[in-house]
Design a protein around this ligand. Structure first.
Ligand SMILES: [Fe+2]
Ligand SMILES: [Fe+2]
Length: 367
């Protein structure tokens, strides 16, 4: 199962790169480690992924087997299909028919899995892109949505944007402070929170934790971006939604609950495996469906840095370090930057990143 997961992940990343406009060149070797980083540390995920070429026939057979009919002629499954097929072998599926039903829902393809953003959100996003509209007109339009106003003011007065500044209480100065890119990301986050359903029960706490983690990671990414040569507003926007694929999965669990008319019975280990293996490709799908741009799709789809198509992906690097910093801060455990640099194949200037993280009170272990 583990070998299968690594192989499937390798295929999936290649497919994901095609989705977001990349080529199919093989992954580059691990990047330059940070000064003082142990070069002998094994990189198990990438090493395994690199050593195993995709085996289409075996995958196709597995896919057919997962559907229970090996005689039926099948089209070549997509790599996303293969991840789903791999997950059907998880022990949690044997324990619960609900788990198999969830995989069927998730395997329906992007069109059925990713919800469309509401028309009001699409209109607000279009306004942000309209070069003929004045800042004042934009503020007046956005002010028609009370939930959006609340979110914009909260962001403008947050530590990331409002630290040391006077509070803003109106939409126009909030817009000035956050900028158009920031406003766009708040519109996205606000509408996604509204359109994706919560699955109820203990899963709701997990949904809240995903949101809280993304909201905490976004300003860290914004602060780190210059050290990576990335745009701070873009880094903020992408980090704010980097785990949106998990919300898409929870949304499907809510659909399953509606179908079953009771809470879904899913083993925690199965839910963890589904979240771990599917949230990156689903997040990239969602970013693409919601027209967030290729850079967002690619960074969200590769933010765990498990593979690479050889092209630079500085936004993916920023999110990788920012979320590791958030986890370290939350757990109160020092962040081992040598490990982060090695595992994430980070190319940024270590000293600049250390200075930013120290400024944010992130505990560090520099060896
Ligand atoms: Fe994350
Ligand atoms: Fe993630």
């Amino acid at each position: 199962m583990k070998l299968l997961s690594y192989r499937v992940a390798t295929v999936a990343i290649g497919w994901l790169n095609k989705l977001v406009g990349g080529d199919s060149t093989p992954p580059k070797p691990a990047g330059k480690p940070a000064p003082g980083t142990a070069t002998s540390r094994p990189a198990p995920r990438d090493a395994l992924a690199d050593s195993m070429a995709p085996a289409p026939d075996a995958m196709r057979a597995l896919f057919a087997q997962s559907l229970g009919d090996q005689n039926e002629p099948l089209a070549m499954p997509t790599p996303f299909d293969l991840i789903i097929a791999g997950l059907t072998l998880h022990a949690g599926v044997k324990q619960s028919p609900d788990a198999a039903a969830l995989l069927t829902l998730l395997g329906g393809g992007p069109a059925s899995v990713i919800r469309q953003l509401p028309a009001a959100a699409q209109a607000s996003l279009a306004l942000c892109d309209d070069p003929n509209i004045t800042r004042r007109e934009l503020a007046e339009k956005l002010a028609e949505d009370p939930a959006l106003v609340q979110a914009l003011l909260r962001t403008a007065n947050s530590a990331a944007f409002g630290s040391g500044k006077t509070s803003v209480l109106a939409i126009a100065p909030a817009l000035d402070r956050i900028g158009i890119a920031g406003v766009r990301s708040i519109i996205f986050a606000n509408s996604i929170d509204g359109v994706l359903s919560r699955p109820g029960g203990e899963f709701n706490a997990m949904v809240s934790e995903v949101w809280n983690h993304m909201v905490r990671t976004a300003p860290i990414a914004r602060a780190l971006a210059p050290a990576f040569g990335a745009d701070p507003d873009e880094a903020f926007s992408i980090a704010l939604l980097h785990d949106v694929g998990k919300l898409v999965i929870f949304d499907r669990i809510s659909v399953l609950r509606s179908q079953l008319r009771r809470d879904a019975q899913l083993a925690p280990a199965f839910v963890s495996a589904v979240l771990d293996e599917l949230h990156q490709p689903l997040g990239a799908f969602a970013a693409s469906e919601w027209n967030m741009g290729e850079a967002a799709s690619r960074a969200i789809g590769e933010h765990h840095r498990r593979s690479s198509d050889g092209r630079p992906n500085v936004l993916g690097e920023v999110v990788y370090v920012a979320e590791a910093a958030d986890h370290a801060h939350r757990r109160g455990k020092p962040l081992d930057l040598r490990v982060v640099w090695f595992d994430g194949r980070i190319n940024a200037d270590l000293d600049r990143v250390v200075a930013v993280l120290r400024n944010l009170d992130i505990p560090l272990n520099l060896g």
